[in-house]
Design a protein around this ligand. Structure first.
Ligand code: ZN
Length: 243
């Protein structure tokens, strides 16, 4: 199938089904200026922190042992408060407004799907926009964390304010996992966007899909391409501009 036939096929799949589940990874937020930390030029190759790899820094044990360094990295490399939803985020929010039952499952922590207007969003890895005092559980917004000097401390009790983001060594939230599997299993069309699918848990969730159309949209090939009904190798913003 050539590229224009693929776009026509995708259009038809979206047009002829109502329950559409969109599973997104870093690739959908790249066009919004948020780097993919697993790509060659992304965060994981950042050399500025010397002896610690980004994987080490954003782990639970590192957060406990060296909170100053954790927050220095987190605030500078993972919080993009000026980022705006791009045309891909907006496309799926619009599809929902047009009456489709669109559910979004995302591995991203940037909140851009909700900012675009999507109402049914499962955040598997949490969100930079939710932060809680570890002692009294008072809630704080992302700007509070970003603008705090050093380790953010609770204004009520002085406890450390921790982002509601799943760090390495931490389990995924049970409710989010359950919802994600439920939405995948109920969908007629499943569109996986901007994730290599090698990272847990995306690959293991796909087997719950019982619908008609399994679509992959990614800049490069993924290990699941052969089981997809349609695989498109392009930037998602380029794709939605043709829909
Ligand atoms: Zn507190």
């Amino acid at each position: 199938m050539n590229d224009s036939d693929k776009i026509l096929t995708l259009k038809e799949m979206i047009k002829t089904t109502n329950r559409i589940c969109v599973f997104t990874g870093a690739g959908i937020s790249c066009p919004s200026g948020i780097p993919d930390f697993r790509s060659a030029n992304g965060l994981y190759n950042d050399k500025t922190k010397g002896m610690y790899s980004p994987e080490q820094i954003i782990s639970h044990s590192f957060f406990v042992d060296k909170p100053e360094l954790f927050y220095d990295f987190y605030k500078n490399k993972m919080m993009y408060l000026d980022a705006k939803p791009n045309d891909a985020h907006i496309y799926f929010a619009e599809l929902e407004k047009q009456g489709k039952q669109v559910s979004v499952i995302t591995q991203n922590i940037d909140g851009l799907h909700q900012m675009a207007g999507s109402r049914d969003v499962v955040e598997l890895h949490g969100s930079i926009h939710r932060n809680f005092c570890m002692k009294c559980h008072k809630a704080f917004d992302a700007a509070f964390v970003k603008n705090s000097a050093g380790v953010p401390k609770c204004t009520e009790c002085g406890g450390i304010v921790k982002p509601d983001v799943v760090l390495y060594e931490e389990p995924l939230d049970d409710v989010a996992t359950y919802k994600a599997i439920q939405k995948i299993s109920e969908a007629e069309t499943l569109i996986i966007i901007g994730t290599s699918l090698v990272v847990y848990p995306a690959a293991s969730y796909v087997r719950y899909f019982r619908g008609k159309n399994f679509v992959l949209i990614n800049k490069s090939s993924t290990p699941m391409d052969s089981s997809a009904d349609l695989a498109i190798y392009d930037d998602i913003v380029n794709v939605v501009h043709q829909l």
